[in-house]
Design a binder for this molecule. Structure first.
Ligand code: ADP
Length: 409
């Protein structure tokens, strides 16, 4: 039996801002339980829905030393679908309205989270063989593990030889702050703040530290594993990743086929499987057109787009071609929130092409399910896309993905 701990800043169904949460929520369920004991640790954010908060059980508490200050760590626990989730509790850090905020606050919050989660293992006596870290928020975990914890006499040999895997879901986000602040907040000595460790372009970079001290670095598709070693996609870390090339590999993400299953999906107007898709997708298309104020017409091709509305997602490419696409035979449904320029442009198109264009500017899971089921094709024009989940979900729902050839797409 091997023990594995996933540590991340978000996971479905507790808290989600993007694909990271989908992966951290669904990966543990996919392990073979006979061979692996897989557990997950997350921050206990106040914005986690109340019904989950009520199911969490208090386990223990202790204090950790962050740069000379002793800080409270509470640990809560909850089982879901056979997976144990731990939640690190500290109201000072995790009671915001949003899980990611600005300035130094996120640095302090996630430095604390990494160290608290690591210390928790010894306190609750769960010794993972592998700690699986996700994105910059947990980049300090391998750094603390290999340095403060591996050889620490306070823990005898509890942490000795524990391995760390660092998964990069999106290299664009690296967790970069000025070196002085990172030194002060993390309590790490000067030794780490050099170019072959955590320093990058004079600043301190949490993800870079994770890459240095992880035993393996994975990213979410083979193409992206190669792309990030090039100047075009490397976000400034390409040389560093080329240097560590022998431990970098790509593993394509999967989707949770229980949540994303048109044969059982309660949110759909009509359920279907591969056999009944052609017939039943029509009912879903009709329901989608009705609910979103589009002309109800089965002969129209419906193109969906479900995305964070940011530059990464290639929306400028879409904006330019919309007038050409709106040829009288085509309808477009956009679901997303993000940059005002994109939100405004899509609203403008909704007004201009009444009955054929819908701009649903919101984050809404229910609507997402109905778009996957009701559209004929899903557009994913990303400029870069480490893996991308929407194209996987759309294939599962019998909608043809139209993608730009990059990363996992
Ligand atoms: P990223 O992680 O870069 O945002 P992914 O394609 O990996 O992109 O994952 C996006 C996930 O978020 C998918 O599950 C998608 O269905 C969901 N999603 C994106 N925008 C919305 C939205 N406005 N409403 C509901 N779900 C959304």
């Amino acid at each position: 039996m091997k023990n594995v701990l996933l540590i991340a800043s978000e996971a479905v169904p507790f808290i989600k801002t993007g694909g990271l949460a989908d992966v951290v929520g669904s990966l543990p369920k996919a392990y073979n339980r006979d061979e692996f004991d897989v557990r997950v640790v997350l921050p206990k954010y106040r914005v986690i829905p109340e019904h989950f908060q009520q199911q969490m059980e208090y386990m223990t508490n202790f204090y950790i030393n962050m740069s000379g200050r002793m800080i409270y760590v509470g640990v809560f626990q909850m089982m879901l679908d056979g997976v144990t989730f731990y939640f690190i509790d500290n109201e000072y850090y995790f009671s915001g309205d949003r899980i990611y905020e600005d300035g130094l606050w996120d640095l302090e919050k996630f430095a604390y989270f990494s160290k608290a989660a690591l210390t928790m293992l010894c306190v609750i006596d769960f010794r993972p063989d592998i700690i699986h870290c996700h994105d910059w928020q947990t980049g300090l975990m391998p750094v603390y593990l290999k340095n403060e914890f591996w050889d620490s006499s306070s823990y005898s040999d509890f942490y000795q030889n524990m391995k760390a895997v660092m998964t990069i879901h999106n290299l664009k986000f690296q967790g970069v702050w000025d070196t002085k602040s990172v030194r002060e907040i993390t309590g790490l000595p000067e030794y780490y703040f050099v170019p072959d460790k955590m320093e990058a372009y004079k600043d301190a970079n949490l993800l870079k530290g994770g890459i240095v001290y992880a035993d393996k670095v994975t990213t979410v598709s083979n193409t992206y594993a190669w792309e990030i070693q090039t100047e075009e996609y490397g976000e400034g870390l390409e040389e560093h990743l080329r240097y560590h090339n022998n431990k970098v590999l790509g593993i394509v993400n999967g989707i949770d086929t229980d949540i994303w299953n048109p044969a059982t999906d309660k949110l759909l107007a009509s359920k279907y499987d591969a056999e009944s898709a052609i017939k039943n997708k029509k009912a879903n298309k009709k329901a989608l057109q009705e609910s979103l104020g589009l002309d109800v017409d089965d002969n129209k091709m419906v193109i969906g787009l479900i995305s964070r509305l940011t530059n990464q997602k290639g929306l400028d490419l879409v904006n330019d071609v919309i007038p050409g696409i709106m040829d009288g035979n085509t309808q477009v449904v956009v679901l997303g929130t993000g940059d005002a320029q994109y939100e405004d442009t899509f609203r403008y198109y909704e007004d201009k092409y009444k009955g054929s264009f819908c701009a649903y500017i919101a984050y809404n899971e229910n609507v997402a399910h109905n778009i996957y089921a009701g559209c004929d094709a899903l557009l994913v024009p990303s400029r870069f896309e480490p893996c991308g989940l929407t194209q996987l979900i759309s294939m599962r729902y019998g909608a043809v993905p139209i993608v730009r050839e990059t990363g996992g797409l």
